[in-house]
Design a binder for this molecule. Structure first.
Ligand code: HEM
Ligand code: HEM
Length: 441
């Protein structure tokens, strides 16, 4: 047989083999898809059932409402994605068109000013709410034990959101956008060894220009949203699994009558605070109240439902998730939306800024990044060299990010942790002072 004949025969064999296998593979792929869909639907049903019939901790003091800042941030984030997609329908990511297309949204597109204002002010509020959420969690040391992963995913979320803000700030291609990007990317150049290459890679060349806008647009509308969506899913899934932590002054207490001494609570405790002892009545769980962090892992782990949270010898109150807790969370979300809409309505000029198009040949008198970068920018300005400034910022970030590894055990009540609380207050004060100083200078 000729070479061509052998080739045709082999090709026919291959094709028919492939054709025979195709339905099997399609069926396998199909069944994998249906299996995944089934699992997802089952999980969604379980979550729905838990919301409809489950209970959670009820707030007692007004400060307990700060526990809902995470929910408010999640809703603001969804709003950010929705307004961002609408803006992207009109925005042109090119240096000669960007400013005009950004301005046209506010003047020519129906409700454009509202959508643009909501996106711009929403970004600033989202990061503020994210920071308040972080401070709340840090104040009560809710990042310990089973919630360390919540903290790490939270830090990653906030960081990516700030980077989203940084990349979004360039898109209007106004004078402040342009020069804030020049200064911001320049700071990366202070890193030893990789600094110069990093600046070049971020800008797509030696200067901020068209390639920078293209990159930042790609980061802003694709890469960062993808990262935020993944991290948010991860964060919320973790929070859902552990539930929220109990009040810092509460402690777990097993009911000796209901306890079967199975040891599930002991195995799950990350603080070595719960242990099973054999006494006259057999094996019973006991709690070292000084070590207990009220993380509730033992409450969920006990198959007999024998462990409860108590404070001042009274049970910590709970309430149905639906409708009580859902309504409380909705109130927190409404409050955030009210602040956002009021901000857009009363401070429209501030919300939709960028009145002057970018001019690479004229440096403005004052370069102002977004509010959350004012403090880092001020650090870069006041320290003797940019490299020192960058190291100081990285060290501060590292300390915050590593908090669950640095503070693992001990009391959670702020009154019992005076050193931590002093450092906390001093850090917040330094951040506020630097931000105001950056705003005024
Ligand atoms: C974490 C989420 C996000 C944050 C923090 C954020 C932040 C920002 C900021 C601060 C601006 C500049 C606005 C100004 O100063 O006037 C901006 C602009 C913009 N963003 Fe976003 N954004 C987010 C998500 C998105 C998404 C998901 C999209 C689209 C898919 C998007 C599309 C745009 C567009 C097209 C602009 C330029 C037009 C304009 O400024 O009005 N953003 N963003
Ligand atoms: C957009 C950003 C964020 C969203 C949407 C979010 C969402 C949430 C939600 C919904 C909860 C449940 C309690 C609540 O409603 O507040 C929660 C809890 C938690 N979050 Fe976040 N979070 C964000 C950022 C962060 C950050 C920046 C951190 C810390 C670095 C963090 C750490 C935690 C921890 C430790 C908990 C558990 C708190 C407890 O059990 O008492 N989150 N988050």
């Amino acid at each position: 047989m000729s070479a061509r004949g052998r080739f045709l025969e082999a090709a026919a064999g291959l094709t028919s083999r492939a054709a025979r296998r195709a339905p099997v593979e399609a069926a396998r792929a199909g069944s994998l898809f249906w299996a995944w869909l089934g699992r997802t639907a089952a999980r969604a049903r379980a979550v729905g059932r838990e919301i409809a019939t489950g209970t959670t901790l009820a707030p007692e003091r007004w400060t307990d409402y700060l526990d809902y800042t995470g929910t408010a941030a999640a809703v603001l984030l969804v709003l950010q994605a929705a307004t961002g997609v609408l803006l992207a329908l009109h925005y042109e990511p090119h240096p000669s068109l960007a400013f005009a297309s950004f301005s046209a949204v506010g003047t020519e597109v129906p409700y454009g000013l509202l959508v643009s204002g909501l996106h711009a002010a929403g970004a600033r509020l989202l990061i503020l709410v994210g920071m308040v959420h972080l401070l709340r969690v840090a104040w009560t040391s809710s990042y310990r034990g089973p919630r360390a992963g919540h903290w790490y995913t939270g830090v990653a979320l906030l960081s990516v959101m700030m980077l989203s803000g940084f990349s979004g700030y360039l898109l209007p291609w106004g004078q402040q956008s342009f020069w804030a990007c020049v200064v911001g990317t320049e700071a990366a150049g202070a890193l030893p060894v990789v600094g110069k290459a990093l600046v070049h890679a971020l800008r797509g060349g030696p200067e901020v220009g068209g390639p920078t806008l293209t990159r930042f647009y790609l980061f802003h509308v694709f890469l960062f949203p993808l990262a935020v969506a993944g991290l948010l899913y991860w964060h919320i899934q973790r929070v859902w699994r552990t539930g929220v932590s109990g009040p810092p002054d509460a402690t777990a207490r097993p009911d000796p009558k209901a306890c079967r001494g199975c040891g599930a609570c002991e195995r799950t405790c990350a603080f070595s605070a719960v242990f099973v002892k054999t006494g006259q009545e057999g094996r019973r769980a006991e709690v070292d109240e000084a070590a207990c962090n009220a993380c509730r892992a033992c409450v969920f782990a006990c198959p007999a439902g024998a462990v409860a949270l108590v404070r001042d010898n009274a049970p910590v109150p709970t309430e149905p998730i639906f409708p009580h807790n859902v309504l409380r969370r909705s109130a927190a979300v409404l409050a955030a939306l009210l602040v956002l809409f009021a901000g857009v309505y009363f401070f429209r000029g501030l919300a939709v800024g960028h009145k002057v198009p970018a001019d690479p040949l004229s440096t403005p008198d004052r370069i102002k990044p977004d509010w959350y970068f004012l403090a880092p920018y001020q650090v870069l300005k006041i320290l003797p060299s940019e490299r020192w400034g960058l190291f100081a910022l990285l060290a501060a970030f590292g300390l915050v990010a590593a908090l669950p590894a640095l503070d693992k055990k001990g009391p959670r009540r702020p009154e019992d942790r005076p050193v931590f609380i002093r450092v906390f207050q001093a850090s917040v004060a330094v951040f506020v002072v630097l931000t105001v100083w950056g705003w005024l200078s």
